[in-house]
Write a protein that binds this ligand. Structure first.
Ligand code: GLN
Length: 554
């Protein structure tokens, strides 16, 4: 008989944002290190059909899969921890599930029956979860349910998990990630919110098998016992997960708490091979043994949310920079700078401050806010020979800056900002215009993996050491083919182009002219991983490190 497929559901109690994604990734990694094929799934309960239409300051980064699906940043975390690409089936939203059920109803797929939230929504959720596991040929599927227990929109997903457990009692396990606050005035860690979270879970007919107790500090034995006894669990099923400096420490902390052994015992599984965490430990060692630092300035606009700064909007870029820095033996110091600081009367003064950085990144973005500031930054780093890496919008603006200030095309810009510009050096392609005219904004950009051919003798080709690469995209506008010849004549090289030679994928200045001035139309950050740093990020950081050495910055 074929081995039963196993399922782990991870849900959150007390509050969101305490690291369910990292907990899910870490458990997946520890099981993968024991020879199991793991399929991680993220469920986002809201009604958006995918994550593409959500504002990053509200929801964090939109992570694009190889297939082009626009997903939640936790998918990026899974890909980075497991070191592999995930499929479209591994992500779902409430909107997608409801839409699928309603579309099926419209097509008479329910044969005249009443279609109801229960059981039809949970049924569709289970169908998709099973699909993901089958497509992956995995042994274990680990499903993270977004949000917090008790929220109205999560109910259908917990119900799906409960139904699956009813049908397969030995094959389904529940992990509850909670938070234990230490209120400042009391100075004591409180377990009550966790007890309530367990009770909420129980009210859905589900009992947690493992509690991951997050907190600023470790949970002591007395409180573990309290949680365990009030929840009908054994003490070893309550795992203490205090704050750590780096998320990459989490799997090793979980390993020390035997979480994988507990999971395997509860799911009646035997390790497929002796646990091998050597590569991961090697990476963690690198993060702790750096010599000197590398300072990077990130110029963007998705930073402020109310009074807080939300670095999550650029999570993959930040991670990619970190991997390359660690790879080079350097401690990454990344500053977030608002693009609008480089506009108006203070522009020149603030641009001069950029000299303190070893390199500048302008990441992806949309819309007009901060554009002139970004253009000023790009001009400054180009003329002052500070290493520059432009990602998507950062590449389009690099082309516009070059057209304006080197080619003399005054006011050259993307039609995203000014549809009537005299010099539309970046413009929407005809196939995209059709979609825009129809008001079709969701999932309609150039999305996912596309090939690029790399020209010999260029910085890009030297970094990748390959003639053809595949990278993930998420944009609507492209370098306008009508301006390519003139821009190249003025010295900017399009070192990466689509196989049909119509789309410009990478722009750069030759090494002799600038230590590193390169932009990509795609998003290399989506495929940078701890164990395999991205070649372009490596090349950028290397240039930053040598520019720091020559300028002897301290
Ligand atoms: N706004 C630009 C476009 O749509 C760039 C998008 C991005 O940076 N991801 O083409």
């Amino acid at each position: 008989m074929a081995k039963a497929h196993k399922y782990i559901f991870v849900a959150g109690g007390v509050m969101s944002g305490v690291g369910k994604g990292v907990a899910t990734s870490s458990i997946a990694l520890l099981l993968q290190a024991r020879g199991f094929k793991i399929s991680p799934i993220k469920i986002d309960p809201y009604l958006n059909v995918d994550a593409g239409t959500m504002n990053p300051t509200e929801h964090g980064e939109v992570f694009v899969l190889k297939s082009g699906l626009e997903t939640d940043q936790d998918m990026g975390s899974y890909e980075r921890f497991l070191g592999r690409d995930l499929n479209t089936e591994n992500y779902m939203t409430g909107g997608l599930i409801y839409k699928t059920v309603i579309d099926r109803e419209r097509a008479l797929g329910y044969g005249g029956r009443c279609v109801e939230p229960v059981p039809h929504i949970p049924e569709e959720v289970i169908r998709r979860i099973k699909d993901a596991g089958e497509k992956d040929k995995s042994d274990i599927t680990i499903v993270e349910i977004g949000g917090t227990l008790g929220e109205y929109q999560s109910v259908m997903f917990i119900e799906a998990a409960r139904t699956l457990k009813m049908a397969n009692p030995d094959d389904v396990l529940f992990v509850l990630v909670t938070y234990l606050p230490v209120p400042g005035k009391l100075g004591e860690m409180k377990t009550k919110p966790t007890q309530y979270a367990v009770r909420t879970m129980n009210s859905y007919g589900v009992q947690p098998d493992i509690i991951i107790a997050r907190g600023e500090v470790p949970v002591d034995m007395k409180r573990k016992e309290k949680i365990a006894s009030s929840s009908g669990m054994r003490v070893e099923q309550v795992i203490s997960a205090p704050d750590v400096d780096s998320v990459y420490d989490v799997p090793l902390n979980f390993e020390a708490d035997n979480i994988a052994t507990i999971v395997m015992k509860l799911l009646k599984l035997k390790s497929k091979k002796p646990v091998d965490l050597a590569p991961w430990k090697g990476f963690v060692r690198k993060t702790k043994n750096t010599k000197g630092e590398v300072r990077i300035g990130m110029v963007g606009k998705y930073f402020a949310t109310g009074d807080f700064v939300l670095a999550d909007s650029y999570l993959s870029v930040i991670e990619a920079l970190k991997y390359a820095a660690f790879h080079a033996g350097k401690r990454p110091v990344i500053d977030w700078i608002a693009a609008t600081d480089f506009e108006g009367t203070n522009a020149a003064k603030n641009c001069a401050k950029l000299a303190q950085y070893d390199g500048i990144v302008v990441p992806g973005g949309f819309g007009a806010r901060g554009i002139e500031g970004k253009l000023n930054v790009i001009k400054y780093v180009r003329t002052h020979k500070i290493p520059y890496f432009g990602l998507c919008y950062g590449m389009q603006l690099m082309v516009a800056e070059y057209a304006r200030n080197v080619l003399g095309l005054k006011g050259a810009i993307t039609t995203e900002i000014d549809p009537k510009t005299k010099y539309p050096v970046v413009a929407v392609m005809p196939d995209q215009q059709v979609k825009l005219d129809a008001g079709d904004y969701g999932g309609s950009m150039r999305l996912g993996s596309y090939p690029a051919y790399l020209k010999e003798g260029t910085v890009a080709r030297g970094a990748y050491k390959a003639e053809m690469v595949h990278e993930r995209h998420r944009h609507r506008y492209e370098v306008n083919p009508e301006y390519v010849a003139a821009i190249e004549k003025a010295g900017l090289v399009f070192s990466g182009i689509s196989p049909d030679e119509k789309l410009m994928e990478i722009a750069e200045l030759p090494k002799l002219k600038h230590p590193f001035f390169l932009g990509t139309q795609f998003h290399p950050e989506f495929t940078a991983r701890p164990l395999t740093s991205h070649p372009l990020f490596d090349a950028f950081i290397k240039a930053c490190v040598s520019s720091r050495a020559t300028s002897k910055k301290k």
